[in-house]
Design a protein around this ligand. Structure first.
Ligand code: NAD
Length: 482
């Protein structure tokens, strides 16, 4: 898949082409150079967008069997090359094998679910006041722009690319410049090998400028963006000025709420997973852990013990539970959030030692709502714990954030169900931690976590990647008074 190097120093735009420059791809665990992709500038994006628009009508007119077959073949190729793709994902993104397996399992299911979409794009026959037939039918959007982040680059690209292609669109994909092989080249190779006709998928690695060019490109009618709230706001503003449809999936400040009487050992294990999995670099990572006053001290001890059992190290080594952070900028940001909070009175209970980009999982207690570690999305292996007085205060604390992505409630199910009714969150898990996804569920957040759009499932994907056309038909030309 990657070994023939046809992609090296190239962008994927009507075949493998030189871009305006190249991007070095560095392994965060070792600093080794993993490869080099092409870099796309605004002119590359404009050319790709025009080529995509030219290729798209024939794809939209292609048989639903042909479109489904491309998606099914891409799934087969992913399975066939799973070992190689897993290795690349581990090295390029610093994912331990368990995280890579979770991501690639989801990616495979995403392709298989998308293979069913061409046959599901059904419309409606509408009642009408006229002497005619009236229909609502689904038509592709045209050219879709996809901008994806570094943390789970394969599945977070595919969850837009696969349904968009399945439903007859062409796609421009801009992966994060730190993960352009996993987030870009691998997707291009999957669809190239699957026989997707040329011009329908363009992979355009680059940074903010390339992303902006994708949003601006004349033929791009929709943007599917996954990334931080700050960038999402900019992308949303730029797209809105051009009246483009925008799906924004942004960050989170997700809570694990431990109920009175919950099994504390299990709750601590769930919270540790929610805060430390993939070094906390998941939009659904828990950045707030709420525990009843009476159980707080015992819980913190259990959470610290769980943190101490984890080891951050090269994700290719069997004893590493956590891999490296993606880069030095992320590490510096995490450290500044922790040190500001400590200066304001929070206490580090364990962890936080660093070596290169590796950081031991850190437990913070003594937090107050105004502390930076309680307010900001940390995107690092940090578990801030706060005690609460009663359930009303707990709900108030959970809701006191601009984000609203994922919430976990641990303990008595009846109490948890009543609280779930009061929590503003796109996702609520009872007796599970905050991080999960399946390609057939409506995934998405509220507030600063996104603009209310959903990924996954036929209904959300049809809504996202098609337009509805009203079509009327009479057997003869109608009579008019003019
Ligand atoms: P980011 O917003 O910095 O980058 C995301 C993507 O946007 C990258 O491809 C980047 O190159 C591009 N980009 C940056 N500036 C741009 C601009 N001005 N115009 C257009 N594109 C631009 O995000 P990050 O910090 O690298 O990723 C982590 C963030 O993503 C976290 O906030 C995380 O919560 C969020 N995330 C959300 C989900 C979700 O499904 N809700 C999933 C994963 C990650």
């Amino acid at each position: 898949m990657l070994e023939d190097q046809r992609w090296a120093a190239k962008i994927f735009s009507s075949g493998w082409q030189p871009g305006s420059g190249t991007l070095d791809v560095v392994e965060p665990a070792t600093g080794a150079l993993l490869g080099r992709t092409g870099l796309a500038d605004a002119a590359d994006v404009a050319a790709a967008s025009a080529a995509a628009a030219a290729a798209q009508p024939a794809w939209a007119a292609a048989s639903i069997l042909e479109r489904a077959a491309v998606l099914r073949r891409a799934a087969g190729i992913l399975e066939q090359h799973l070992a190689e793709i897993t290795e690349q994902l581990i090295r390029e993104t610093g994912s331990v094998p368990g995280k890579a397996g979770f991501e690639l399992g989801l990616a495979l299911r995403t392709l298989l679910e998308a293979a069913g979409l061409p046959g599901l794009a059904q419309g409606e026959v509408l009642p009408t006041a006229g002497d005619r037939w009236s229909f609502a039918r689904r038509i592709p959007i045209g050219v879709v722009g996809v901008i994806s982040p570094f943390n789970s680059p394969i599945v977070l690209g595919l969850r837009s690319v696969a349904p968009a292609l399945a439903l007859g669109n062409a796609v421009l994909l801009k992966p994060d410049p730190r993960t352009p092989i996993a987030g870009g080249v691998i997707l291009a190779r999957l669809f190239e090998e699957a026989g997707l006709p040329e011009g329908l998928l363009h992979v355009l690695p680059g940074g903010a400028e390339t992303g902006q060019a994708v949003v601006r490109a004349a033929e791009v009618q929709m943007i599917s963006f996954t990334g931080s709230a700050a960038t999402g706001r900019q992308v949303g503003e730029l797209a809105a000025a051009q009246l483009k449809k925008t799906h924004l999936e942004l960050g989170g400040k997700n809570s694990v709420l431990v109920l009175p009487g919950a099994d504390l050992a299990r709750a601590a294990s769930a919270a540790a997973f929610a805060s430390f999995f993939h070094q906390g670099q998941v939009c659904m990572s828990a950045g707030r852990i709420l525990v009843p006053e009476a159980q707080h001290d015992e819980f913190v001890e259990l959470l610290c013990a769980a943190a101490d059992r984890l080891k951050a190290g090269d994700p290719r080594l069997a004893d590493s539970d956590l891999g490296p952070l993606i880069d030095a900028r992320q590490l510096a940001r995490i450290e500044s959030i922790v040190s500001d909070s400590v200066a304001d009175g929070a206490r580090i209970r364990t962890g936080g030692e660093t070596a290169g980009l590796f950081m031991q999982p850190l437990v913070l207690s003594g937090l107050r709502p105004e502390h930076r570690a309680w307010q900001a999305e940390i995107f690092g292996p940090v578990a801030p714990v706060m005690e609460y007085r009663d359930l009303d205060q707990a709900v108030e604390l959970v809701n006191a954030t601009e984000y609203g992505l994922s919430t976990a409630i641990l303990g008595d199910v009846g109490t948890a169900m009543r609280l779930a009714d009061r929590i503003r969150s796109g996702i609520v898990h009872i007796n599970e931690q905050t991080i999960d996804d399946e390609p057939n569920v409506p995934f998405g957040g509220t507030g600063a976590s996104g603009n209310g759009t959903r990924f996954g499932g036929a209904a959300a994907n049809l809504e996202a990647y098609t337009e509805t056309q009203w079509l009327t038909v009479r057997s003869e030309i109608a009579d008019y008074p003019f």
